[in-house]
Design a protein around this ligand. Structure first.
Ligand code: ADP
Length: 190
C-alpha cells in the first residue's frame, strides 16, 4: 500500500494537489477539512461543533478527526492506498494514524510538505475567501490565527516524520503543474 501524507500550512495547495495525486496513483483521497465541511452542510451535531471551531481558525479536537479517519479506513474498500490531506494536524493525530495503519498492516510511506511563505499564504487565502464561501477564509484575523495555530500545533509534526526518514519538503510556489510534477517525482523515487 502507498499512504501519502500531504502536509503544509493553510493555503499551501494541499487540496488541489491531493486531487491530482489521488488520480495519478489511484489513491483514495481523505481530507478531514472536506469531511468536516460535509458534516456542517448536513447540519449534524458534530457539524455544529466543528463549525464554531473552524470559523475561529482553531483546530477541531483530535478525538473527532481521528474517529472520522478510523471509520473511513474501516470501510472494506480495495485500494492501493490513501492520500491524507489536512490530517494529521497534531503530533497525537500523527501517532494515532500510525496506530490505525498498523492495524491494517500498513504504514505512512512518505510525508510531502508543501512550503509556501506566510505572505503568499495570506494572499492566497484572502483571494480564495472571495469565492469559496468558507468562513475561515473570510477575514485576515482568522487567517492569521490559522497560520499561528499551524506553527504552534501542526509544524512540530515535521520532526515526527523527519525522525522516521519520511519528511520531504517540496517547493509549493510556481505553476500548479510544476508543483504536481515535483510531488509526483518524489513519490516515484520513493
Ligand atoms: P486549510 O488547509 O486551508 O486550512 P482544511 O480544509 O484542511 O483547510 O481545514 C479547514 C479547517 O478544518 C481547519 O482550519 C481546522 O479548523 C479544521 N480541521 C481540518 N482538519 C483537521 C484536523 N486534522 N484536526 C483538527 N482540525 C482540523
Amino acid at each position: 500500500m502507498i499512504n501519502l501524507v500531504l502536509f503544509g500550512p493553510p493555503g499551501a495547495g494541499k487540496g488541489t494537489q491531493a486531487i491530482f495525486l489521488a488520480r495519478k496513483f489511484n489513491l483514495v483521497h481523505l481530507s478531514t477539512g472536506d469531511l468536516l465541511r460535509q458534516e456542517i452542510a448536513a447540519q449534524t451535531d458534530l457539524g455544529r461543533i466543528a463549525d464554531e471551531i473552524i470559523s475561529k481558525g482553531e483546530l477541531v479536537p483530535d478525538s473527532i478527526v481521528i474517529d472520522m479517519i478510523e471509520s473511513k479506513l474501516k470501510k472494506p474498500k480495495t485500494t492501493v492506498g490513501f492520500i491524507f490531506d489536512g490530517f494529521p494536524r497534531t503530533v497525537p493525530q500523527a501517532q494515532a494514524l500510525d496506530q490505525l495503519l498498523r492495524k491494517h498492516h500498513s504504514k505512512v510511506s512518505v510525508m510531502l510538505c508543501l512550503e509556501v511563505e506566510k505572505e503568499e499564504l495570506i494572499d492566497r487565502l484572502l483571494k480564495r475567501g472571495l469565492t469559496s464561501g468558507r468562513c475561515d477564509d473570510a477575514d485576515a484575523a482568522t487567517i492569521e490565527n490559522r497560520i499561528n495555530v499551524y506553527n504552534e500545533k501542526t509544524a512540530p509534526i515535521i520532526r515526527y516524520y523527519e525522525s522516521q526518514g519520511k519528511y520531504h519538503p517540496i517547493q509549493g510556489t510556481g505553476p500548479i503543474e510544476e508543483i504536481t510534477s515535483r510531488l509526483k517525482e518524489t513519490v516515484e523515487n520513493m
